[in-house]
Design a protein around this ligand. Structure first.
Ligand code: CA
Length: 175
């Protein structure tokens, strides 16, 4: 059986946390909750959730800071920002590294659809990265199948220039 995906909810309104939790669990997700920004960031870092639902206005640390912080640390976890209303901050949220945003009050059905879509996209990305992880090596040459790029001793190779040498090397390999 496939492992359950976990969703971190960072939201200071308990009623919203409860309804999100209820709906996510019904969809088959595990949930983690944080009612303030500091705890949210800590759980995001230590529990490695599959997706984060991130409120903007939070005690201790706001959603943008959390988002920026995670992206600066190299995290690629999908983040859906939950914003209070249609405002400029939505764009700021995406600039801070959010993948998507929803304006409150949002449709639970719409949010669940976006959660599914973001999680699916993430696992496709991860699968793709894993499957192209295999590099092809021939002598000093390394071929990266995802980009068809070729390097020699770590330096990029211009195939049009180096072709004769590649052939020579290939021949040397055979001998
Ligand atoms: Ca809030």
């Amino acid at each position: 059986m496939e492992e359950k995906k976990s969703i971190l909810i960072v939201e200071d309104e308990r009623a919203i946390v409860e309804i999100l939790k209820f709906n996510l669990m019904r969809e088959g997700y595990d949930t983690l909750e944080a009612l303030d920004g500091e705890l949210g960031l800590e759980l995001a870092r230590t529990k490695d959730p599959d997706l984060i639902l991130l409120d903007v206005m939070l005690p201790k640390m706001n959603g943008f800071e959390i988002c920026q912080n995670l992206r600066d640390a190299g995290s690629t976890v999908p983040i859906i920002m939950l914003t209070a209303r249609e405002e400029e901050t939505d764009k700021v949220g995406l600039e801070a590294g959010g993948d998507d945003y929803m304006t409150k009050p949002f449709s639970m059905r719409e949010l669940m659809a976006r959660v599914r879509a973001n999680i699916r996209r993430r696992s496709l990305d991860l699968d793709a990265r894993a499957s192209v992880g295999t590099l092809l090596k021939a002598g000093e040459l390394v071929i990266e199948p995802s980009t068809f790029s070729v390097t020699k001793n770590g330096e990029p190779v211009d195939l049009t220039q180096e072709e004769p040498e590649i052939v020579r090397q290939g021949a040397a390999e055979l001998n």
